[in-house]
Ligand binder design. Structure first.
Ligand code: GAL
Length: 444
């Protein structure tokens, strides 16, 4: 069965940050620091999904998706990042899981979508080699309760973005600006992934994935300096996270004057344990030129000549085809089935006087990207799922509530949900072209 779904993340939608025994996450801390978030707001309430989840499940059932990618908030399960499970936290996801099954929606749960318990950050967070072990302990607690009913698990969401935005540039929590000294965060997250895979397998988890943020890298010119910079960027963005998982080795980083000396014997065996799929998040390609900033081996020049989203990101649907086909040619048979676990765009959508949110630009975006995905399948890439980011307008990290990515509009003052035109469009697309239940690739 091909999976058509929507994706969300705990801190971006749940709110209820002090309820059910939830502990403090690094995003609670970060959003309270002046100047960190564009509109100065926090995820304290967000979409109030913690209370309104039955309505959100009903919205998905009406949409006709057969899967929902949610994330579990680690601080709800282990408020201090260690120790026994907080039952009220597990109960919340338990009820949600059952409600999804009742509506025929397969839950796909991400274990880490960036909301680390603050108590672990206080001990060094992902710079500390103990955190991967804490992550595996948390994964085990969740799987003990839910592995019998959650058929698809994603260990980490976009470890590249968490390393770069959270630890190299300081734009996301925990707000560290270490540039290339942030590299241990890559290895420790991947080690956490490997240890969590083992914990999940031991508890009978059916399908286990990691989700990486991937981008096709376009050199700014044929000049050897631009080509070398593009290669460096491709290495740091794509290969650093895909190679160890799929090939069991890190790409050579010595040309950039850095080494991963935190890697120990046996780590890569854990990290490269076989997976049932690779989650890929795609938003846009990247254009790279020779370095102009000291300390970085490349310059991101931005892609021009394409329409842009509300965020200013270039809209390049064929980039998704290029990415998927490129993964297949780079990794060959080492590439497991691919799930596009996020794709979507922000647009400044507001209801018109008639209450309708007519987001034609999002429809064009989704249509182009789903067509590109179909094209990649026709070219032989085994793609088994597509999740729109996002079900709801939500808390967009450092952008606060200024970027709306949802198929469903949310009035953040009242919590009122209004399906947009794209919601109706996606429902029709799934209903007419989307049923792949006869798919020969179906794993089940
Ligand atoms: C991804 C992230 C999501 C969402 C999306 C849109 O990088 O996983 O949480 O924010 O980008 O920017």
């Amino acid at each position: 069965m091909f999976l058509w779904g929507t994706a969300t993340a705990s801190y971006q939608i749940e709110g209820g940050v002090t309820e059910g025994g939830r502990g403090v996450s690094i995003w609670d801390t970060f959003t309270r620091e002046p100047g960190r978030v564009r509109d100065g707001r926090t995820g304290d309430v967000a979409c109030d999904h913690y209370h309104r989840w039955p309505e959100d499940v009903a919205l998905m059932a009406d949409l006709g998706v057969n899967s929902y990618r949610l994330s579990i908030a680690w601080p709800r399960i282990q408020p201090e990042g260690r120790g026994p499970a907080n039952q009220a936290g597990l109960d919340f996801y338990d009820r949600l899981t059952d409600a999804l099954h009742e509506r025929g929606i397969l839950p796909a749960a991400t274990l880490f979508h960036w909301d680390l318990p603050q108590a672990l950050e206080d001990e060094g967070g992902w710079l500390n080699r103990d955190t991967p072990h804490r992550f595996a302990e948390y994964a085990a607690l969740v799987a003990d309760r839910l592995a019998d009913r959650i058929p698809m698990w994603i260990t980490l969401n976009e470890p590249f973005v968490h390393m770069v935005y959270g630890h190299a540039l300081g734009a996301h929590a925990p707000g560290r600006a270490l540039l290339l000294d942030a590299l241990p965060v890559a290895h420790h997250q991947l080690l956490g992934h490997g240890l969590a895979v083992r914990a999940l397998r031991e508890r009978g988890a059916e399908r286990v994935l990691i989700t990486n943020n991937c981008t096709p890298v376009w050199p700014a010119s044929d000049d050897p300096a631009d080509l070398a910079a593009a290669d460096a960027y491709d290495t740091l963005h794509n290969r650093l996270f895909n190679d160890p998982v799929l090939l069991g080795s890190y790409p050579d980083l010595s040309a950039y004057g850095v080494t991963l000396d935190c890697v120990r014997d046996g780590d890569l065996d854990l990290i490269s344990a076989p997976l049932d799929g690779l989650g890929v998040n795609y938003y846009n390609p990247t254009r790279i030129a020779a370095p102009t900033t000291e300390g970085l081996p490349f310059t991101d020049t931005g892609v021009t000549g394409h329409p842009t989203t509300g965020f200013g990101w270039p809209v390049v649907p064929d980039g998704l085809r290029e990415l998927l086909v490129g993964l297949r040619s780079r990794y060959g048979d080492a590439l497991p089935p691919v799930y596009v676990t996020e794709n979507g765009c922000s647009q400044p959508d507001l209801p018109g006087p008639d209450g309708v949110v007519d987001d034609q630009a999002r429809i064009a975006y989704l249509e182009g990207h789903i067509d590109a995905l179909e094209q990649a399948r026709a070219e032989g890439v085994d793609v088994r799922g597509y999740y729109v980011w996002s079900l709801l307008d939500n808390f967009e990290w450092a952008e606060g509530f200024t970027q709306r990515f949802g198929l469903v509009h949310v009035d953040f003052a009242t919590g009122k949900r209004t399906p947009k035109a794209s919601y109706h469009w996606f429902r029709d697309r799934i209903a007419t072209g989307g049923d792949r239940s006869d798919d020969a690739n179906s794993p089940h």
